[in-house]
Ligand binder design. Structure first.
Ligand SMILES: Cc1cc2nc3c(=O)[nH]c(=O)nc-3n(C[C@H](O)[C@H](O)[C@H](O)COP(=O)(O)OP(=O)(O)OC[C@H]3O[C@@H](n4cnc5c(N)ncnc54)[C@H](O)[C@@H]3O)c2cc1C
Length: 407
């Protein structure tokens, strides 16, 4: 009989690590300090439609598909009306560059063919300007990466984003060099009832397998107890302070960025752009990183126009401190600029995350590439370890669980 593994944290990192361990026949218990499972992920059903507190969807993979089929969670694909994606440059555009800027970008890509990987210590701005030109960085790369990493190109590490393998950050693949299986449906997916359905599905499945999930249980590390820490970097640093002080010290340097998400409901109007959403440049007239057009994304999200605005990040840290009234004014103004007219706001739901996402800076690149080894009985899974998106976190959970099961 294998020794029981303690999982600290019942967000996506913790519950998927627990799932893969259980599948491999390893007994686990899960400790979560909040009164619910999900961590950042959460879904509210409101009279006007579904509201997500963080992610609205995730990139589909064969592993996610198999997991969801196993735990009985139905995944929806994007609706056809979500196909258009916009960048803001004076107004929403399908392609933000002029013909001249596009030619410069293509020429740069051709010139660097086969040598496009960033080098260690290079910012996204430096890498992008070298390859694609300044206009492509300002109008395309910065908004696109800002929408995911909530920061600016001159602060982000290009290698962390585009060359994780080169930095040696990926845990060994238990399947060797075999190519990952392709999912039946490509692209972004979401559980029918929102992201909380995935978390509840995982938690119900684990409980049925006899796993104890203890809520309201702020855990401490127990001496020599095999444990996977599935929390934010800041909480992992706290937990490790007596057991792996050097790792703890390094993780304390990981900066966490504040984010506000706001789902706003409007009557439909012909002025509203249809599609996936729109990304915004920094310091422009619209105060946001991006907006998702929820009602276009997945079937059944809302009968109304539903917009999910994401604000904050590295260049707008003050946004979490705005009062409700100030936020409402900002949201109304953003929407009016987006559609070119004021429209009545029917209702809105705000989530403030003072410490939402790890900042993928050169400092994080340094932390991760020089992280001292952990004691053998400890492992880490989380969004600060080189993978911010859910699909990549699930892959790390699988690999870490496989290593533990094979040990
Ligand atoms: C606004 C926003 C939008 C996003 N959109 C997307 C998206 O569209 N697609 C995508 O792929 N990703 C998206 N992400 C990223 C993704 O949501 C996160 O990276 C992911 O949810 C992090 O999950 P986690 O389990 O690692 O951490 P968390 O969700 O933070 O979970 C950690 C858990 O550990 C618990 N914990 C901490 N300390 C202790 C302790 N001592 N004892 C017990 N429990 C403890 C916490 O209470 C928490 O429940 C988004 C993130 C944000 C903030």
């Amino acid at each position: 009989m294998k020794r029981e593994i303690t999982i600290i944290g019942a967000g996506i990192s913790g519950l998927t690590t627990a799932y893969f361990l259980v599948k491999a026949g390893v007994p686990v218990r899960v400790l979560e300090k909040q009164s619910r499972v999900g961590g950042l992920l959460g879904t509210q059903q409101t009279p006007h439609g579904l509201v997500e507190t963080a992610a609205n969807g995730l990139i589909n993979t064969a592993r996610l598909e198999a997991l969801c089929a196993d735990i009985g969670v139905t995944l929806l694909s994007l609706q056809p009306q979500s196909r258009s994606r916009y960048f803001w440059r004076d107004h929403p555009r399908r392609w933000p560059l002029t013909v001249g800027e596009s030619v410069r970008m293509t020429a740069g890509l051709v010139r660097h063919l086969g040598h496009w990987r960033p080098v260690a210590g290079e910012t996204l701005d430096g890498w992008g300007t070298r390859l694609l030109g300044a206009a492509a960085v300002q109008h395309a790369l910065t908004p696109a990466m800002g929408g995911i990493y909530a920061s600016d190109a001159d602060q982000l590490s290009a290698s962390l984003i585009f060359n994780r393998k080169g930095l040696g950050l990926e845990p060994a693949n238990p399947n060797g060099n075999a190519k990952p299986a392709k999912p039946a449906r490509r692209g972004t997916v979401s559980p029918k009832g929102g992201m909380q359905e995935l978390m509840d599905g995982l938690s119900n499945y684990l409980r049925q397998q006899g796993v104890s999930i203890e809520l309201n249980r702020g855990a401490q590390l127990e001496r020599d107890a095999p444990t996977v820490i599935c929390t934010s970097a800041a909480h992992a640093a706290e937990l490790l302070s007596n057991h792996a002080p050097e790792v703890s010290q390094a993780l304390r340097q990981v900066e966490l960025l504040p984010i506000v998400t706001a789902t706003c409901f409007y009557e439909h109007s012909p002025r509203q752009p249809q599609g996936f959403g729109c990304l915004f440049p920094r310091h422009g007239e619209i105060r946001a990183l991006g907006v998702l057009f929820n009602d276009c994304l997945f079937e059944g999200r809302s009968a109304l126009r539903s917009e999910n605005w994401i604000l904050g990040g590295a260049s707008d840290r003050e946004v979490v401190h705005l009062s409700d009234a100030e936020l409402e004014t900002t949201l109304r103004r953003n929407h009016a600029l987006l559609v070119g007219a004021e429209e009545p706001l029917l209702s809105y739901h705000v989530t403030r995350w003072p410490q939402a996402l790890p900042h993928y800076t050169l400092a994080l690149e340094r932390v991760l590439t020089t992280l001292p080894p952990l004691p053998k009985h400890l492992a880490l899974v989380g969004n600060y370890l080189g993978q911010i998106g859910l699909a990549k976190i699930i892959e790390r959970a699988y690999r870490v669980a496989s290593q533990i099961a094979d040990a």
